[in-house]
Design a protein around this ligand. Structure first.
Ligand SMILES: *Cc1c(COP(=O)(O)O)cnc(C)c1O
Length: 701
């Protein structure tokens, strides 16, 4: 989902912007009416849907829908203000009919090309709403119906023009909206298609290429036919346009690579400014006596407008770079770095490793073990992970609001009074035992999804495995929809004989209960038993899910844990901080609170702005904690404070303020693993990761 990484999409924005300019300048009109029709009314019609689709792809289902809507509103307001003088001059704004103004603002954009902005705002809002309320399939049907209704008011107007009821109906629509090419009938289809591509279903390139060529050919024929029949009331919408844009977008997505230039803003500016540039070009042409080549010649006019728009847009961007408000850089002090490629690779490896029929359930509790739950979930959604687990209701809501799709299982206890939240966000609650299940069913109005938790020996949550009647009763409760049953293993991280026996017994008990339910004619739903170690040490073909947490992040709980398999998992997280001061101290000087450390030699002590408030445990000083500077291990000395700590960098070569120290992760040939960092604080990776401070920015690479 990383925006900067889709080079093809980013560069095509520029082409699309100049295609829009073409629609408004008709570059080939001086040469051939048919060629101009094909260029501006068929080919260039791809541009605006492409922009909608890109926004749908990057924004829908993510955390940024609201922010995007706000940004679009601001741009819209600014553009409307920019064109206000032109409007007044042209006499479009006579009188103050507020209803008429509202109508124009909502559908027509107050100036002829600005319709795009209200259409983007309405379309994005509506598509987001449809997706969240109806789910993907039904939202797809809804946008298709809207688009079909739009077609009849656009290229296919001729078909219904003389059908009495319909033409009256559309008369009403046109009185309100002018066109069907707007945020209601036109835009949602493309926003929706953009969101569909997020799933990242890979198809063969040939398929997409043939799809693009074929759909374009058909669309061209369609356009020429509709034109020859005189059906077109307007020429923005074709049956095959969504296909063309979809295949084009899918092809463009193949070109990966980072883009640093603000191409999105550039194309937006070209879009907004080009009508002003048209006016300017006419003025300049008249003044310079170049009316013939710069205005009358359609191609000369087009090129002049393109160059003028590009120059004006570049100038504004250059200026904006210099005056825009700055925010603190994420890497100014101390930060967590997350390697998304490693995270996704781990997810793929675990999915491949799991037996046939067993799906990865990514455990994202405690902010995805410090990796950032929302971003991790969206990335994993993007590669097809469709099941997630969190610890509590609020974590589930956070993911849903960010647009995460698929199963979200709450592993922990939730007050039954939250049943409404559970339903609203389609969260699946752990039915912690039979009494809890009854209480939840009693409290809820409407069905709540649950997975039944079974206690097979862990004695934490769960109804006892031997209480088959009690468990069977949960399945019969009126306000629960039981879609699964699970248990948790207590010692699956150990390969010792007695622990292996205990684990086997837990698994046996669980499936004995499942069989008992089946024999009573109850479908127990999706069965799952394993967390990371359960999957790695006891892969079990009978499970529908493997709930992987720590392994998903590429680390073991304890570096000494033996595991039967480690399918190419690599750590995704690093912890880094900048060096603040570097002090020279003679031998015999004490440093820090309690004077607990005294220099044994002439030393260089680096002071860093990171402390136990960020998750570098205070006890780590006594555990021999180190950090990497210049690829060398440097000991943490003196007491660790809430926000600061000291490193002895005497042997690390040249060290200066601003240099980076690595507490977890790699620097040169040296590595401090999360397991090592944890061991030196007397704990396990899970605790280290889950206690990384909230204050640390998460930087994704
Ligand atoms: C935390 C948790 C997991 C994930 O555990 P890992 O060992 O990190 O894979 C799985 N299931 C339950 C019930 C959990 O609480």
């Amino acid at each position: 989902m990383s925006k900067r990484n889709l080079k093809g999409i980013e560069y095509f924005r520029i082409a699309a912007a100049f295609l829009v300019v073409a629609i408004h300048t008709s570059p080939l009109a001086s040469y051939s009416a048919t060629a101009d029709f094909i260029f501006t009314r068929v080919i260039a019609r791809v541009a605006v849907p492409f922009f909608f689709m890109a926004t749908g792809y990057f924004v829908l289902g993510g955390v940024n829908v609201r922010r995007s809507l706000k940004k679009l509103l601001i741009i819209y307001a600014a553009s409307a203000a920019l064109y206000l003088p032109v409007n007044v001059y042209a006499g479009h704004l006579q009188g103050w009919d507020l209803l008429e103004l509202a109508r124009q603002a909502l559908f027509e954009g107050t100036f002829y090309h600005l319709w795009y902005l209200p259409a983007a705002i309405l379309g994005l809002w509506l598509t987001d709403l449809l997706l969240r309320r109806l789910g993907e399939k039904r939202a797809g049907i809804a946008v298709t119906v809207l688009y079909a209704l739009g077609l009849l008011g656009d290229s296919y107007w001729g078909l219904i023009e003389n059908v009495p009821g319909l033409s009256a109906l559309y008369g009403g629509i046109f009185a309100l909206m002018g066109y069907t090419r707007n945020g209601l009938f036109f835009a949602p289809m493309f926003f929706y298609l953009g969101s569909r591509l997020q799933g990242g279903k890979k198809r063969a390139m040939g398929y997409e290429l043939v799809g693009l060529i074929a759909s374009f050919a058909v669309m061209l024929a369609e356009a020429l036919f509709a034109r020859s029949r005189g059906w077109q009331r307007h020429d923005s919408m074709y049956v095959f346009l969504p296909f063309v844009v979809y295949f084009l977008f899918a092809l463009l997505m193949r070109a990966r690579g980072s883009v640093r230039l603000p191409l999105g803003n550039f194309s937006l500016l070209v879009y907004i400014l080009h009508p002003a540039v048209i006016i300017a070009v006419r003025g300049a042409a008249r003044a310079l006596g170049l009316w013939g080549p710069l205005v009358e010649n359609s191609l000369g006019h087009y090129i002049a407008v393109c160059l003028g728009s590009a120059a004006a847009s570049s100038a504004i961007l250059w200026l904006w770079e210099r005056i825009k408000p700055r925010r603190v850089s994420d890497t100014a002090r101390a930060w967590v770095e997350v390697d998304l490629a490693a995270l996704k690779n781990n997810a793929r490896r675990l999915s491949e490793f799991a037996p046939e029929g067993c799906e990865l359930m990514a455990v994202l509790k405690c902010d995805a073990y410090g990796h950032g739950a929302v971003r991790s979930a969206l990335e994993l959604n993007g590669i097809g992970v469709r099941a997630f687990a969190v610890a509590c209701c609020a974590e589930g809501v956070e993911l849903r609001r960010a647009g995460v799709r698929g199963l979200i299982l709450i592993l922990g206890w939730t007050p039954v009074s939250e049943w409404r939240t559970l339903r609203r966000y389609h969260l699946t609650q752990c039915a912690a035992d039979a009494a809890y299940a009854r209480e939840l069913s009693g409290a809820a109005r409407g069905r709540v999804d649950v997975h039944v938790k079974v206690d097979t020996g862990m004695h934490r949550l769960g109804e006892d495995w031997s209480h088959a009647d009690a468990v069977a009763d949960i399945y019969a409760l009126p306000n629960l929809r039981v879609t699964g049953m699970f248990t948790h293993l207590a010692v699956s991280d150990s390969l010792s004989e007695s622990d292996a026996d205990f684990t086997s017994e837990q698994i046996r008990r669980f499936f004995a209960l499942a069989d008992e339910l089946k024999s009573r004619g109850i479908d127990p739903g999706a069965l799952h038993t394993q967390a990371s170690y359960g999957l790695l040490n006891y892969p079990d073909a009978r499970c529908a899910y493997a709930r992987a947490g720590v392994a998903l992040y590429g680390v073991k709980s304890d570096g000494h844990d033996g595991v039967r398999a480690w399918p190419g998992l690599t750590p995704a997280l690093s912890l880094k901080a900048r060096i603040g001061l570097v002090r020279e101290l003679p031998a015999g000087e004490s440093v820090g609170y309690g004077r607990e450390f005294t220099t044994a030699r002439e030393s260089r002590i680096a002071v860093l702005p990171i402390g136990y408030g960020d998750g570098v445990f205070r006890c780590a000083m006594h555990g021999g904690a180190e950090a990497l500077v210049n690829g060398k291990r440097c000991p943490v000395v003196a007491r660790i404070c809430m926000d600061q700590l000291c490193l002895d960098v005497t042997d690390a070569g040249e060290v200066k303020p601003g240099d980076i120290a690595t507490f977890i992760g790699r620097d040169g040939d040296e590595l401090i693993s999360c397991e090592e960092f944890a061991a030196k604080s007397g704990t396990i990776s899970n605790e280290v990761l889950s206690r990384l401070g909230k204050r640390l920015p998460r930087v994704y690479r």
